[in-house]
Design a protein around this ligand. Sequence first.
Ligand code: GSH
Length: 219
Amino acid sequence: MAFGTLYTYPGNPRAAKIHAVANLNGLTITDGDFTMGQTNRSDEFLAKFPLGKVPTFTSADGLNLFESAAIATFVAESGPAKDQLLGATPAERATVQQWIHLADNELSSHSMTCLIPRLGYRKFDEAAEAFAIQCMERVLAVLEKHLAGGRQWVATDKLSLADITLAQSLTWGFKLVLDSEVRAKYPTVVEYFKRVVASEGVKEAFGEPEFVEKRTTPQ
Ligand SMILES: N[C@@H](CCC(=O)N[C@@H](CS)C(=O)NCC(=O)O)C(=O)O
């Protein structure tokens, strides 16, 4: 029996994060019927997930959750890889959370600034994009230094939800705006990102990563 159902559009890195965690815990998550812009505007959907954003999740026993970090944490808590994914001690758990919050607040939000105009949902704003890239580079510089000593994973000595969340948060950036000129400044982070998305359980969820060669601005 499936552990739960995930509602999302195809190719959503936030959903890939949740599937990766499920894979590492040996849990099956099925994809629910979902059409972006229709399902998430319906009364039935909004009664369960009032923000109308995806991914959202319904567990086999009827728990409804929105916010991908909460869903990923719930799935991580629910299997044998729990300590690996979330940390085995209070200090490890806090460190995992530290990197998750950094990824969500300092990377994902800025990558959305770059993504939304490319999907045609908002007018392109050069200054907003330049600021978003600057903010992402600030985090890339921190990661480059943190990983420089040869550590494989950011929070503990094992792949954790922190690494999977960082990979999710970097996916759109590397695909759209953090081009080869930017990436050349952060080679250790690029190697780290490739290592995370090539890991067992993660690669099946994320697929092959894409890297933009030269950033282009949308019309
Ligand atoms: N913080 C949320 C963000 C979710 C989010 O922004 N989802 C976007 C797609 S990537 C969405 O569903 N947008 C639909 C809308 O804005 O109506 C999470 O991590 O789940």
